[in-house]
Design a protein around this ligand. Sequence first.
Ligand SMILES: Cc1cc2nc3c(=O)[nH]c(=O)nc-3n(C[C@H](O)[C@H](O)[C@H](O)COP(=O)(O)OP(=O)(O)OC[C@H]3O[C@@H](n4cnc5c(N)ncnc54)[C@H](O)[C@@H]3O)c2cc1C
Ligand SMILES: NC(=O)c1ccc[n+]([C@@H]2O[C@H](COP(=O)([O-])OP(=O)(O)OC[C@H]3O[C@@H](n4cnc5c(N)ncnc54)[C@H](OP(=O)(O)O)[C@@H]3O)[C@@H](O)[C@H]2O)c1
Length: 281
Amino acid sequence: MIAMNEMSPVTEAQATDVKKPTLPDAQTVTFVKHWTDRLFSFRCTRPASLRFRSGEFVMIGLLGDNGKPLLRAYSIASPSWDDELEFYSIKVPDGPLTSRLQHIAPGDEIILRPKPVGTLVHDALLPGKRIWFFATGTGIAPFASLLRDPQTYEDYDEVILTHTCREAGELAYGAELIDSIRSDEMLAELMGEGFHEKLRYYPTTTREESAKMGRITDLMRSGDVYADLGVEPLCPEHDRAMVCGNLAFNLEIKELLEGYGLEEGANSKPAQYVVEKAFLD
Ligand SMILES: Cc1cc2nc3c(=O)[nH]c(=O)nc-3n(C[C@H](O)[C@H](O)[C@H](O)COP(=O)(O)OP(=O)(O)OC[C@H]3O[C@@H](n4cnc5c(N)ncnc54)[C@H](O)[C@@H]3O)c2cc1C
Ligand SMILES: NC(=O)c1ccc[n+]([C@@H]2O[C@H](COP(=O)([O-])OP(=O)(O)OC[C@H]3O[C@@H](n4cnc5c(N)ncnc54)[C@H](OP(=O)(O)O)[C@@H]3O)[C@@H](O)[C@H]2O)c1
C-alpha cells in the first residue's frame, strides 16, 4: 500500500471488518483514498484464483440500476505478488460508473471479472538495458504495478517513469508511489538492496506550475528530458518503452518512438515498445 502522507488534503478509509461477498464475482473494498476532487485509489480483496501479469487490466464495476453489471476496464495498479488488488481511478462527474464508484467505502462490494488481459507486460518486449514508462493522467496505473514488480529491476539496469498531468495535485499518487518504493524494506528484501537506485522519476505538469513544466513529448523533442536525466536519447538497441495515456498522447509518443527506430511489440510478437489506452474516447 502506498504510504500515508499526513500533509495530503485527502480522506482515507480502511476496512476493520471484511464482510462475506454476496454479488457474483464480488470483491470487498478494504481501503479508499481520495487524492484530488477527480482522482481516488482503492484496494479490494483478491480472488484466490486470480493470476495476472503486472501491467494487465481487468473489468470491474458495480451493479447497475437495471440489475445488470456496469463494468469498465481498469488497470491493476498493484503488483502480481500482492495479496490484495489496488486500482487508481478518475471521477467523471456524469460517468455511468465513476459517478457512483467514487463513493465506495471499505466493506462495500465491487464486481471484478477475473480475466486479466493487456499489452503492457514484460513478455511483449525484447530484452533491453533501460525501460521507459510514459504515462499521462490515470495512465500511471499499470506502471504502479510494474514498478513494484521485481522482474522490472531484474530485466533492466535503468527504469524511468515519466508522468504528465495538467495540475500538480494530480502527480501526488505517483509521487507517493515512488517514495514508498524507495523506502519500502519489504520491497528491498524482495528485489535486492539498492534496486531503487535504478529507478528515475520525471513528473511534469502542463497547466499549473511545478518543478518541471511541459508535455513529455515536447520535452523529448527539445531534448530537455535527456539533459535533465543525464541520459542518451532512446535507441532501439538499448531502450524499451511502455506507453499509457490518452489517444492523442499515445499516437504522438508512438511517432516519436518510431522516429528513434523502436518497433511496436505485442504478446505474440515481442519488440521494442508497447502501447495501451488509459481510456476510450
Ligand atoms: C485498457 C483500459 C484501461 C483503463 N484503466 C483505467 C484505470 O486504471 N483507471 C481509470 O480511472 N480509468 C481507466 N480506464 C477508463 C475506464 O474504463 C472508464 O472509462 C472510467 O472508469 C470512466 O467510467 P465511466 O463509466 O464513469 O465513464 P465513461 O463513459 O467510461 O467515460 C466518460 C468519459 O470520461 C473520460 N474518461 C474516462 N476515463 C478517463 C480517465 N481514466 N482519465 C481521464 N478521462 C477519462 C473520457 O473522455 C470518456 O469518454 C481504462 C480504460 C481502458 C480502455
Ligand atoms: N485535469 C483536470 O483538471 C480536468 C478538470 C476537469 C475536466 N477534465 C476533463 O477530463 C478529461 C481528461 O483530462 P485529464 O487531465 O485526466 O487527461 P488528459 O486530457 O489526457 O491530459 C493529461 C495530460 O496529458 C497531456 N497531453 C494531452 N495530449 C497530449 C499529447 N498529444 N501529447 C503529450 N501530452 C498530452 C495533457 O497536456 P495539456 O494540458 O497540454 O493538454 C495533460 O498534461 C478531459 O476531457 C478534460 O476536459 C480534466
